[in-house]
Design a protein around this ligand. Structure first.
Ligand code: DC
Length: 227
């Protein structure tokens, strides 16, 4: 599909399938997909490894200064790197998931991650997914999609993902983690999860990935008069 050099912003709660949808849409359009949540996860891993966050989610004020030494980026393979180390697997564990919300609520963490995200958006042709892409990171994005799905469907998806990775998740805990993250992500003061007024809503509770992509294709064809 030939579409102009735009930015497509995809936002929504945990487990709505933003990354799968964004990846499929990237394959369809030839755009680069960037998962902004991966950077918040990598900062969380960094804080955990340096013992800058306690079991009770208290973050040491030292994290702000330590971030100056954090060389965080997407590699040419589109995976997440800290320096030369690929952290793509480690950032997807329950351990990281359970502390990423308090870390991503910190304004200096958001400023740090936003700086990295902005460096990728200059020439367009990207699809970025997250919580505040259409509202804060790229408010100028030409296409904004806000994804939703029922809590139960989202917990089931996360559960299967963790199982496929060899973890032994407990469905009640996964659901509780999703609820807790929704609560923190949408009530935090700095760039809370919110639908941009000009975003199109995609509720995929009862949709297959193919149906989601067909929906997006129709949307893009209509917006850019593509036949
Ligand atoms: O999409 P995800 O579950 O991998 O994101 C991990 C966490 O990062 C999520 O709980 C909230 C945070 N996040 C954010 O605050 N802003 C973004 N743009 C993306 C993610």
């Amino acid at each position: 599909m030939k579409i102009p050099d735009i930015i497509i912003a995809i936002d929504g709660c945990s487990g709505t399938g933003k990354s799968s949808f964004a990846r499929a849409l990237a394959a369809e359009t030839g755009f680069l997909h960037l998962d902004s949540g991966a950077l918040y996860r990598a900062v969380t891993l960094f804080a955990q490894e340096r013992k800058l966050i306690s079991a009770a989610d208290e973050v040491s004020p030292g994290l702000e200064a330590e971030l100056r030494s954090l060389d965080l980026r997407f590699g040419p393979d589109n995976r997440t790197y800290i320096g030369e180390r690929c952290v793509e697997r480690e950032i997807r564990t329950m351990e990281v998931s359970s502390q990423v919300s308090p870390i991503s609520a910190l304004p200096y963490v958001r400023a740090f991650v936003d700086g990295i995200l902005h460096s990728y958006g200059r020439d367009g042709r990207i699809i970025m997914d997250g919580r505040d892409i259409g509202t804060t990171v790229f408010p100028q994005a030409q296409v904004k999609i806000f994804m939703t799905a029922s809590e139960q469907v989202r917990a089931q998806r996360r559960f299967k993902e963790l199982e496929a990775k060899g973890e032994s998740p407990v469905i009640g805990e996964v659901l509780e983690n999703i609820r807790r993250r929704d609560r923190i992500d949408s009530t935090r003061a700095a760039s809370p999860l919110a639908k941009a007024p000009d975003a199109f809503v995609l509720d995929n509770s009862d949709m297959t990935l193919q149906e989601e992509v067909a929906w997006a294709r129709g949307l893009l064809q209509g917006m850019f008069s593509i036949r």
